[in-house]
Design a protein around this ligand. Structure first.
Ligand SMILES: Cc1cc2nc3c(=O)[nH]c(=O)nc-3n(C[C@H](O)[C@H](O)[C@H](O)COP(=O)(O)O)c2cc1C
Length: 511
């Protein structure tokens, strides 16, 4: 009996305690809620006062606090469109189908697709003319090596027809450059240093390296931005340096030099570039010592002599007259004076940062520039002398095969390899906030980019492109991508029907 009474009192005590605790809890929650509400109201009031008193933003001044959601939703829209709403083939500069292709082949080196093509044959789409009797495996005649600069002391026979385009250490992060170098080493392709000089990370993978001398000549310049032949000679003691590329322009910003802001010029970057730490690295709009075709040929000769390497130029086609003048000057001096190669970039090429009008509206696309320069070189009798390297959104097998049909000897890609590194096209290259660690010097963001792992993806991508371009060539009955000609290429017209490229290409419109 006593036990039962004791038990009843324990139960009612516990109930009472629970009730008191619950009431206290509710009181605390209520107070907390009121406190949070108070803080929110205060914050809204402060934002309201800020918005109505500021004069910079009209929407916020007219619609205080609410007006702020506009920019938040605009920013969020980018993500929602990319992940949920954009169709597979409609984003720019690269659509999801292109990015997925690169991502897939970078993962395991090959891609097959089920059921059937989902591609809409929009005007401009290349169609390749397959042969009736493609060769069997093993029937293909191997091609002799393609040699660039055969008359230089160190001619170069590249192993790969698909290579990594110029991107400097500075615009790219250390682990990104390292991964590219390791991947290039494994794939056997070359890596172009971009205009920021040769860093230890470019050499990490023991790959072939093309040393680019931008208009600032970083790494081999005197204080007045003319060539320091001694420094160039020293750099070229390294046998990994295979060629020198003088950049006259790049498609994303023709006629505009680059600037690396002072805060990004660390002691290491300053040493590599041969400039002062903490001062902005400015490259001029053109080489100070090459203001005419004659001066350019003099500079090419100086670089070739000091480096002992095949020496070429990179530019995007715009005004055709100075290009014709350059070719005439070469002819009047003799073929040996010519650049050993021309890297032809596209008006819609990529960059770490460029002004919008130059990015959008300056320079011809590679789709026009490549056939034009190939034609001009042939007419001037220079085509055999000068190798032609093409770049500009040539990142999938059909784009690369297009370039071989039209006249390229090699194809370079920059952003294709960025996708292989894990780029998600967040469009933050100029903000030091790249979420994939590729174009940022923020150590926390770089942490996710493992160079060893990404190097394998770089190799897979490079090899997959070569294999699939080979496949296109073989399907056309050609032995090698360089045997592809304009006769193998048809282009879809606005009518939906295709026409042979030769019937659609009208050079007289440009010259
Ligand atoms: C991040 C980044 C940095 C670049 N830096 C250079 C450079 O230093 N020198 C240069 O000639 N081109 C530079 N480019 C241009 C590329 O080399 C290439 O010409 C252009 O992006 C077109 O190729 P793509 O469409 O395959 O990217 C850069 C491009 C990117 C995306």
């Amino acid at each position: 009996m006593n036990l039962i009474l004791a038990g009843e009192s324990t139960v009612s005590d516990t109930m009472e305690m629970l009730t008191v605790t619950a009431v206290r809890g509710l009181n605390i929650l209520g107070s907390l809620f009121l406190f949070v509400l108070g803080v929110l109201a205060a914050a809204v009031l402060i934002l309201f006062i800020i918005d109505v008193t500021q004069t910079k933003d009209t929407v916020r001044r007219n619609y205080p606090v609410l007006g702020r959601f506009r920019s938040v939703f605009s920013k969020l829209g980018e993500f929602f469109r990319q992940y949920f709403f954009a169709m597979d083939r409609e984003e720019m500069p690269f659509n999801r189908a292109q990015r997925d292709y690169i991502n897939d082949v970078s993962d395991d080196g090959h891609e097959t697709v089920p059921f059937g093509s989902t591609k809409v044959l929009s005007p401009g789409t290349p169609i390749f003319a397959n042969g009736l009797f493609p060769k069997l495996e093993g029937e293909h005649t191997p091609k002799p090596a393609f040699v660039i600069g055969p008359n230089t002391p160190n001619p170069y026979a590249p192993k790969s027809l698909f290579n990594i385009s110029a991107m400097s250490y500075g615009s790219l992060s250390k682990p990104a450059v390292e991964a590219l170098s390791l991947g290039a080493g494994m794939a056997g392709c070359w890596l172009n240093t971009g205009e920021g000089g040769v860093s230890p990370y470019h050499l990490a993978g023991q790959c072939d390296v093309v040393f680019q001398l931008g208009t600032g000549k970083f790494g081999a310049r005197k204080d007045d931005m003319t060539l320091d032949e001694g420094k160039l000679r020293d750099i070229c003691k390294n046998p990994l340096i295979k060629m020198i590329e003088l950049k006259l322009s790049q498609g994303a910003k023709p006629g505009k030099g680059g600037i690396l802001p002072a805060e990004k010029v660390t002691a290491e970057i300053a040493e590599i570039r041969g400039i002062k730490a903490g001062e902005a690295a400015i490259s001029p709009n053109r080489h100070v010592d090459a203001g005419s075709p004659a001066e350019l040929l003099d500079l090419i000769e100086k670089v070739r002599k000091a480096s002992g390497r095949p020496t070429g130029i990179k530019f995007v086609v715009g005004n055709i007259t100075p290009i014709k003048e350059l070719f005439s000057e070469i002819k009047s001096r003799g073929l040996e004076s010519a650049p050993d190669f021309i890297t032809l970039d596209s008006g819609d090429g990529g960059t770490g940062a460029a002004p919008l009008p130059l990015l959008d509206n300056m320079g011809l696309s590679i789709r026009e520039g490549l056939p034009l320069i190939d034609d001009l070189l042939r007419e001037e009798g220079l085509r055999e002398r000068i190798a032609l390297i093409a770049s500009g959104k040539l990142v999938t097998p059909e784009d690369v095969a297009w370039a071989f049909c039209v006249g390229a000897d090699f194809v370079n890609a920059a952003r294709g390899f960025m996708f292989a590194l894990g780029c998600i096209q967040a469009l933050k290259c100029d903000e030091n906030t790249c979420p994939t660690g590729i174009t940022t010097h923020n150590k926390r963001l770089q942490r996710g980019l493992d160079p060893t792992n990404k190097a394998v993806r770089v190799m897979n991508y490079c090899k997959a492109i070569q294999k699939e371009v080979d496949m296109i060539a073989h399907s056309c009955g050609a032995d090698h991508p360089r045997d592809l000609t304009r006769e193998h290429l048809l282009v879809v017209q606005a009518s939906g029907r295709s026409k042979p490229f030769s019937q659609t290409w009208d050079r007289s419109r440009y010259i």
